[in-house]
Ligand binder design. Structure first.
Ligand code: AMP
Length: 561
């Protein structure tokens, strides 16, 4: 069993490296050194996550809880902890300073093997897992107690990375891209195989274990599995129907329904539904569960579709309504009655024990139609394959007239590519494209709005490094009521405050309208937005699903085409 101290020292080393190649080397070395059962934990830890992306578990430790635990462990006050954080600007350094430990000693790998008093990686994981499982009114106290236990058992370097880990903000620059490359290098498996296995399992820990255990052969065996959601295939915007025809030739045209994405796993009578963020939303959607049970004939199947909240005329209702359904935990039956849903299925990923991902959309569609009995709750909507621009335009107008968002233009010969946004799925919507950006900071207002957060710092996501790169600020588009609501929402995410400036944990995604993207040296992303304004909060999106820098630069370029 490897000591947590080893992991912490590796993090320290990685943090000091500027280049991603060298970082990959260190991560790869670490993956080789540790034991097989530690791989799932370490692959997540190093990216600042405690559980894999598909897991429904939440650690639920906010900065408040962490401050309390640190204060107790250090025998000081929370106020003192806040003072230190203001000074150091980092929760890791704050832990080191508060606990006043000496971080100078370094060990060799042999000495990282379990010793009696020192924490192992798996022990830290077990404690965190225990905290995630605690619920009810004593759960905060349980979390504080467990954190205290951990802090009392750690050295300085461990405290630094433990405290960052528990708020799930590692800040060492390691994202999925680096871990993927490190697995490839450590166990000599081609990187595209690792990538594919990751797409199918949505869990780099599982991929790393297979790679260590049986190399290429074992990784190749990894496949889609019922009840383990995979990332959804995504769409890229197309400037015009004409350019889509140029790109794709014959196009499978579907309505772009105005609702929320669902991935449905059916195993006999057991149905599970996952949201676009791959959260398990089954218990909020009993009407969809019942419809799938009644109308989907196959024994085991994974389906992809859009749940739409409808009014009495069958027209889509506001997006907020559907979110209310997805988030509902209590009195679900009341919500089912007041906000009825219909399910539009448009893809099938797995049928009777077989993955269909490599099959063409055309063939998948046939299987999908074959296993669903349409009724008023659930249906496979029509899809037209054509290269006739007028026909496509007609479907587009039809979709808009029915209150939906636009159309999807899909390559009928393409496989299903989990997590990919590419040319095989294009979308056409009438409104000017908006950007989904992550809030990384904020600023208290002044005057009448002194108690409200008045402006938000926005960032795009860079998947390679896992970093959020600033791209601008938004301070318009808010009513006073919205400002109060958002202030409340962000209060729990504050990492640090200095004067009126606030740093927040990157968790919330804003949908931002803008006039133009400009090049700018003011922000780390290299871009800035002209006239950004808030359209809404994308509660269905995780920060990693925000716009990537690559997409920002694509849009930047497309502005001039
Ligand atoms: P966007 O969220 O703007 O990137 O658009 C992609 C989303 O459109 C998907 O994630 C689905 O939730 C939704 N959608 C609606 N209808 C379809 C459809 N026929 N095919 C694929 N996605 C659809």
């Amino acid at each position: 069993m490897t000591l947590f101290r080893y992991f912490a020292e590796m993090c320290e080393k990685i943090e000091s490296i500027p280049g991603s190649l060298e970082m990959t080397d260190v991560v790869s070395g670490m993956l080789q050194e540790i034991e097989e059962d530690e791989l799932p934990v370490v692959t997540n830890f190093v990216m600042g996550a405690v559980f894999p992306p598909w897991s429904t578990k939440l650690l639920g430790i906010g900065s408040r809880t962490l401050y309390t635990a640190l204060a107790k462990s250090a025998g000081t006050s929370e106020k003192e902890i806040e003072d230190i954080i203001r000074k150091t600007g980092d929760i890791g350094e704050t832990a080191v300073e508060a606990l006043k430990q000496d971080s100078s000693t370094q060990l060799t790998f042999d000495s990282y093997i379990e010793e009696e008093k020192e924490l192992t990686i798996l022990e830290v994981y077990e404690r965190l897992n225990h905290m995630a499982n605690s619920s009810g009114k004593n759960s905060q106290a349980t979390k504080v107690k467990n954190l205290q236990y951990l802090f009392n058992a750690t050295s300085a370097v461990e405290a630094r990375y433990l405290s960052r880990l528990v708020v799930e903000e590692m800040r060492i620059g390691v994202g999925e891209g680096i871990v993927r490359d490190a697995i490839s290098r450590a166990f000599d498996v081609p990187v595209d195989m690792v990538e594919r296995a990751f797409m199918l399992t949505n869990d780099l820990g599982i991929v790393a274990m297979a790679a260590k255990h049986g190399g290429k052969e074992e990784v190749a065996k990894l496949d889609l599995q019922l009840n383990r959601p995979i990332k959804m295939m995504l769409a890229q915007i197309t400037p015009s129907v004409e350019s889509a025809i140029n790109d794709l030739g014959k196009i499978a045209v579907e309505w772009k329904f105005d609702g929320a994405r669902v991935q449905i796993h059916k195993n006999g009578d057991k149905i599970r539904i996952f949201s676009r963020r791959l959260e398990d939303v089954t218990s909020s959607l009993p009407d969809i569960v019942a419809a799938v049970k009644d109308q989907v004939k196959s024994e085991t199947v994974i389906l992809d579709g859009e749940a739409v909240a409808v009014d009495e005329n069958g027209r889509p209702r506001a997006f907020q309504d559907i979110l209310k359904r997805f988030r509902r935990k209590y009195d679900v039956e009341i919500a089912v009655k007041s906000i009825p849903l219909t399910l539009n299925l448009f893809d099938i990923l797995y049928l009777n024990g077989e993955s269909l991902l490599d099959m063409s959309l055309r063939d998948r569609r046939e299987l999908l139609t074959g296993c669903v009995d349409n009724d008023y709750r659930i249906h496979v909507d029509s899809q037209v394959i054509t290269d006739d621009e007028t026909e496509i335009q007609r479907i587009y107008e039809e979709a808009l007239n029915a209150g939906h968002e636009g159309i999807m233009l899909k390559n009928p010969d393409a496989p299903y590519s989990p997590g990919k946004r590419g040319k095989n799925w294009l979308k056409k919507k009438p409104i000017m494209e908006t950007l989904d950006l992550v809030v990384i900071g904020a600023e208290w207002g002044y005057g009448r709005r002194a108690n409200l957060i008045g402006s938000y710092a926005l960032a795009a996501f860079e998947p390679e490094s896992g970093k959020f790169l600033p791209i601008g600020k938004v301070a318009t588009g808010f009513t006073d009521e919205k400002l109060a609501e958002l202030t409340d929402m962000f209060k729990d995410l504050i990492v640090m405050e200095s004067g009126t400036q606030i740093e927040v944990r990157p968790e919330i995604v804003f949908e931002i309208a803008f006039e133009e993207i400009q090049k700018s040296s003011n922000y780390e992303s290299g871009y800035a937005l002209r006239f950004p304004r808030l359209v809404g909060v994308r509660e269905d999106k995780s920060p990693e699903e925000a716009e990537t820098l690559e997409r920002i630069s694509q849009i930047y370029k497309s502005q001039w085409e």
